[in-house]
Design a protein around this ligand. Sequence first.
Ligand code: NZQ
Ligand code: ZN
Length: 397
Amino acid sequence: MAKVCVSEVFPVYNFTFELPTRVHFGQGSLEKLAELKESGSKVLLVYGGGSIKRAGIYGDALKILHGAGLEVFELSGVEPNPRIGSVRKGAKLCKENAIDTVLAIGGGSVIDCAKVTAAGAKYDGDAWDLVIDPMKIADALPIYVVLTVAATGSEMDPYAVISDLSKNEKWGTGSPLLTPKMSILDPSYTFSVSKKQTAAGTADIMSHTFENYFTPVEGFLQARFCEAVLKTCIHYGPVALNDPENYEARANLMWASSWAINGTLSAGSGVNWCVHPMEHELSAFYDITHGQGLAILTPHWMMHVLSEETAGKFAEYGVNVWGLDPKADAWTNALAAIECTRRFFKEELKLPMTLHEVGITEQDKFEIMAEKAAAGSEGCYVPLTKEDIVKIFKAAF
Ligand code: NZQ
Ligand code: ZN
């Protein structure tokens, strides 16, 4: 049957698309920070463990904020895989000081913490409620971002991922209210990002794209967008790794980060994600780096879901992204595409490729992690049961 865009027949083809984030891109964009005063006069500055101080961004930002007449409060020390405790602290600061704007300067962890802090500031109960039930996010302070790592796309999306490691819980939440009002993207701010985080960030951007590319709902334009983002990562990831101050590479990765998850690639596809729910369990139990976990799992997930039905899609990926021979049969190209992906992560990005390498040396949590991941990935490209996921974890071990 021909695919037609009629809502009764293919409801997932209909979508509402809005990009509310004002982006200032390029070197020197920090001067736009003064625009924050459009949202009030008291700002909570949220940042991590000190990288923004070492890079000089903190001092420059404070100068601009003070110059614009803004009163600045601080929430520092936000952890990678941000904890609910930091969010609670931030929400309390906002309430006690009648703060009216939240500014995140950092990577995805800092931005996510700032987002739920902004919602927590407007919520009477415990902020964890907002993590496990996005419907409870009814209001939020306006969120501003200065991005310092190309990875999660949190700078231009409505999502936030927060952990409570005391319960081995890591969940994503989301609301249009969490989408940043403005994001400053200066690629030179990512010159100082370590090789490890550069590689992990590139794998994360690619994974967001895979999650949108491998869908049973074929959107021709969407698929070509995905291939462009993947090729950008494959081309520029290794350049940034070997030449950290290469502006062109950092700029392309930064823009790819935002576009992989801002809704452009997923509009109309309507599928749930497959690999992210599995990785979130690894982070929840072992506090590993998100992008590394994705790189480890992705080739094994690809092999696990490869079948007569999916081979064509993997072959399309191989031909359009890796330049494989379009005349070869689909199964051959699908296998070659998966091997290209694995080798790229291992040899070009120098990422760990086993769970052992990131310190996961026991299998006793696989069952419980798989059960949670199976629930989280319901409705994904190829449905995954708990047993499927245990097999993927074991293959990656
Ligand atoms: O804490 P600081 O000192 O800032 O150091 C950070 C941190 O140690 C460092 N860093 C950041 N900018 C730097 C820098 N080091 C040197 N120079 C700079 N310019 O990098 C380390 C990692 O930072 P983090 O923010 O944790 O990295 P990333 O951006 O990869 O964020 C990962 C988190 O985002 C979540 C992940 O699960 C994880 O918790 N995700 C969020 C998503 C979203 N909001 O849409 C989607 C993603 O799929 C993902 O789940
Ligand atoms: Zn991700």
